[in-house]
Structures are given as C-alpha cells and as structure tokens.
Unconditional design. Sequence first.
Length: 143
Amino acid sequence: MAYYPAFNAPSANEAYEHAPDLATEAAMADEFAEFHETQMDDQDRAEIEQDQDVRDMYRECLLRIAAVADRRWWQSRSEADLTAAARAAGALQNFDQAHPEQSAGPFGPDSVEWDATGGGRAYVRQEYLAWLIPQITERNSAD
C-alpha cells in the first residue's frame, strides 16, 4: 500500500524522471553504503563536520543512496525495500536536521509535512529533485 504526505511533495515520477539509470546509481550507492557501514571512522566523521566540501559530498552520497532505495521500493513494493528506503530517508533527514543549511527544497527537514507515513521518502524526493534540476540544466546547456 502506498502512503503519501498530505501536501504537494514531488511524486516518484517527477523526482526520478530525469535521474540517471537506476543500475548506475545503485552501483555508486551500494559502494558508498558499504564504506559507510563498515569502514567509516571517527576521523572521517570529524572531517565531515570540519570541511564544507567533504560535508557536501557526504550529503550527496546520503541523498543518492536514499533516492536509489526509494526507486527500488517503487519498482518492487516489497516490505524489505520499504524498510531500506525508510532507513535511508531517515539517515538523510537526520543529517539535514543536524546541518539545515544542506536542505535545498521548500520544506526543511524538521517540517511537520514529513511526519505523515511515507513522509521521509517524500523528503528524499523533494531533495533529490532540488539536487537534480541544476544538473539537468548544466547538462542541457553543455549540449
């Protein structure tokens, strides 16, 4: 069963219409997730807090991992993928709550709009679309 927030968050079709191929994104996301879960240490965490460029890269990885997980759920509709998508969305939202300047969409990570069931995944779609639009614009201007 699909759950939607009670406000106008981007749909999966809107957020992911111009996204890179899922297999390509998944390869990057899975590699980073493996590093994050098994090799990241206190020094890495300190560098994230001290260096804006590192923080931006880390946040982009969290965002792309969450978007991949959400896209996987939209394809499979399995409980396992829903759990993974909710967990990845929570990681992004928690990071953005600690670093609110990182949030790019119209509703911040603490907004009550995300409290509805599925709201964390909707937050991912909002943030992914806000991240993707400049990329698309840059790609189109290069053509």
